[in-house]
Ligand binder design. Structure first.
Ligand SMILES: *[C@@H]1O[C@H](CO)[C@@H](O)[C@H](O)[C@H]1NC(C)=O
Ligand SMILES: *[C@@H]1O[C@H](CO)[C@@H](O)[C@H](O)[C@H]1NC(C)=O
Ligand SMILES: *[C@@H]1O[C@H](CO)[C@@H](O)[C@H](O)[C@H]1NC(C)=O
Ligand SMILES: *[C@@H]1O[C@H](CO)[C@@H](O)[C@H](O)[C@H]1NC(C)=O
Ligand SMILES: *[C@@H]1O[C@H](CO)[C@@H](O)[C@H](O)[C@H]1NC(C)=O
Ligand SMILES: *[C@@H]1O[C@H](CO)[C@@H](O)[C@H](O)[C@H]1NC(C)=O
Ligand SMILES: *[C@@H]1O[C@H](CO)[C@@H](O)[C@H](O)[C@H]1NC(C)=O
Ligand SMILES: *[C@@H]1O[C@H](CO)[C@@H](O)[C@H](O)[C@H]1NC(C)=O
Ligand SMILES: *[C@@H]1O[C@H](CO)[C@@H](O)[C@H](O)[C@H]1NC(C)=O
Length: 479
């Protein structure tokens, strides 16, 4: 009896590396935090030289993981040296720190190709080499849903979502907040001399836990002569960080009032939307990199049940952190596999990723598997994703501007009611950009539609207020 069991065990163990060898990555979605920056409390914040190198290093790591000729998990068919624009999509909000981080990351992902590859011969025989040794240009699309996120102390300023603002604001009247505010009062007063050049006494409290931590965190990295530095013992700094974590988590996620997690909800829709494009295009859309603020990480962590796997997920992610969704198959990559042969793996790395600090896979949605069948992944994400203008407007309770065509049901509009709405909204699969557009067209009628298209330039700006809307405006533009 023993022998066959051992043999079976040995066989199953030997299958592990085998199945890895047979694995082919077909598409990747990354959500990335910016690198080291100047403090939020002295706007405009900007990326530092340290931050630039962090994000650049991360770009180099992901090049070696997904793109280089000898990459361990080379995305099937992706260009190795000269970028093919149709294979890659990069976006960041209109925010200096995040836009520049995206550029820096791309310099590592697709570095200059040198004069041999970077030279073109003109008709008259002249050779022209791209500047900076064959530097490659890759556009970074604007999503304004996180606009100015690094200059804003209050995270929902960047979300534009009415119910998310209300929901986050509710934290300030919760028992937890009041208790923490009182319990930490003396602590914050004790560190006042270290921050009183930037914050008035009345602002030095748990109410501003994140921006106080942020100021001192930046100073600890950059400033050799911090005022009253003796106050900032390791214990004190740890306490400042932990309180900032508690504060930001509470604003980004609450299981019984989840509207404040709108950043994670739209991100979930964007991930599914892109990987679905990888599938429907038979692998033409290969990698999407979005830069965004830590709040979207926290909201997504909460929605996806990650703190139950590791309580570290309650903490604000370090600079240059990245979460990655890999779409892969264990079978042959050609012809392009059926959806039922595809799986998704979620990975995260806290802080700059490099060859000795690699991303780690975590199970999503409270289940145990690191690899999730594509269809289950879609089901899991759809429980909280918000991916069309109509659903965004309904969930956010916005009724004006771009949301005017979607009046609220009289009873709705209160924060926290999104869960039930989402349940019914998802099942009828209106999902997708075209779906929302068709709905719009039906509501407005053809005449109004012509007006809408005629006024496209005016509409566009407002549509830019939300990434999903931005995609729609692109679709409209094509028509
Ligand atoms: C970068 O930030 C620092 C500190 O906030 C500020 O003094 C400096 O003017 C900023 N630099 C740029 C180029 O914006
Ligand atoms: C341009 O490059 C081609 C290919 O490397 C080479 O054969 C040719 O001589 C070059 N022309 C000039 C004007 O340098
Ligand atoms: C949604 O409503 C809030 C609060 O009224 C407002 O600040 C925000 O600009 C609105 N967003 C959009 C996209 O209209
Ligand atoms: C979470 O939401 C519930 C329900 O609205 C509320 O009672 C509770 O105070 C909230 N907790 C925090 C920390 O915001
Ligand atoms: C900050 O605190 C220190 C120590 O208590 C004090 O000497 C200084 O005057 C304060 N500065 C301001 C601007 O309040
Ligand atoms: C470093 O801290 C000192 C004392 O608080 C302050 O005067 C100085 O402006 C700070 N320097 C920078 C680069 O922030
Ligand atoms: C994927 O895209 C196709 C074509 O646009 C659409 O019919 C389908 O519903 C999408 N699936 C998901 C899970 O979004
Ligand atoms: C990332 O690291 C910070 C410490 O710098 C910690 O507070 C946080 O919990 C960590 N987050 C995760 C998801 O590991
Ligand atoms: C990765 O980063 C860590 C921490 O900064 C550093 O100690 C290590 O040497 C780096 N590894 C590589 C291969 O650069």
């Amino acid at each position: 009896m023993l022998f066959p069991q051992l043999a079976a065990l040995a066989l199953s163990l030997s299958l592990i590396p085998l199945s890895h060898a047979a694995e082919t990555v077909l598409g990747v979605y990354m959500f990335h935090r910016h690198g080291d920056r100047t403090p939020k409390s002295t706007p405009p914040a900007n990326l530092t030289a340290l931050g630039y190198s962090q994000v650049y290093t991360s770009g180099q790591y992901y090049r070696n993981r997904y793109i280089a000729a000898n990459a361990a998990l080379k995305i099937n068919g992706i260009n190795t040296d000269i970028v093919k624009q149709s294979q890659i999509a990069v976006s960041a909000p209109s925010d200096v720190v995040l836009q520049n981080s995206a550029q820096a990351f791309l310099q590592g992902l697709y570095p200059p190709v040198g004069s041999a590859l970077g030279t073109q011969t003109l008709r008259d025989g002249t050779n022209v080499t791209a500047p900076l040794n064959g530097y490659q240009l890759i556009p970074v699309a604007l999503v304004t849903s996180g606009s100015g996120s690094e200059d804003n102390g209050w995270l929902q300023d960047a979300s534009n979502c009415a119910n998310a603002e209300t929901s986050s604001n509710n934290y300030f009247s919760s028992a937890e907040y009041q208790a923490t505010l009182a319990a930490t009062n003396d602590f914050y007063k004790s560190i006042a001399p270290a921050v009183n050049r930037t914050f008035t006494d009345s602002r030095i409290s748990y109410k501003n836990a994140y921006i106080i931590y942020d100021l001192l965190h930046v100073a600890e990295i950059h400033n050799a002569t911090i005022q009253s530095a003796d106050l900032l013992t390791p214990e004190t700094l740890f306490q400042l960080q932990t309180r900032a974590d508690q504060h930001e988590w509470a604003l980004a996620y609450n299981a019984s009032d989840n509207m404040r997690a709108i950043g994670g909800m739209t991100l979930a829709a964007e991930v599914v939307d892109f990987l679905n494009k990888t599938i429907t295009s038979q692998g033409k859309n290969k990698i999407n990199v979005q830069f965004g603020a830590y709040a979207s990480f926290l909201s997504f962590f909460g929605l996806a049940g990650l703190p139950a796997v590791n309580p570290d997920f309650y903490g604000v992610t370090d600079y240059a952190s990245a979460m990655t969704f890999e779409l892969f198959t264990n079978g042959p990559a050609a012809p392009f596999p059926a959806a039922s042969d595809l799986q998704v793996r979620f990975l995260f790395h806290n802080g700059t990723t490099n060859a000795t600090n690699e991303p780690v896979a975590y199970p999503l949605f409270g289940q145990l598997n690191l690899a999730i069948p594509w269809n289950d992944f879609v089901t899991g994400m759809s429980k909280f994703s918000v991916g069309t203008t109509e659903r965004w407007c309904t969930a956010c309770g916005n009724t004006t501007g771009i949301c005017a065509p979607f009046p609220q049901a009289p009873s709705s509009g209160s924060a926290g009611s999104a869960q039930s709405k989402q349940g019914s909204g998802m099942s009828n699969a209106v999902a997708g950009v075209i779906g929302a557009f068709v709905t719009l067209a039906v509501i407005l009628g053809i005449q109004a539609l012509i007006l809408l298209l005629g006024g496209l330039r005016v509409v566009n700006k407002r549509m830019l207020a939300h990434p999903v809307m931005q995609r729609e405006s692109v679709e409209l533009g094509k028509m």
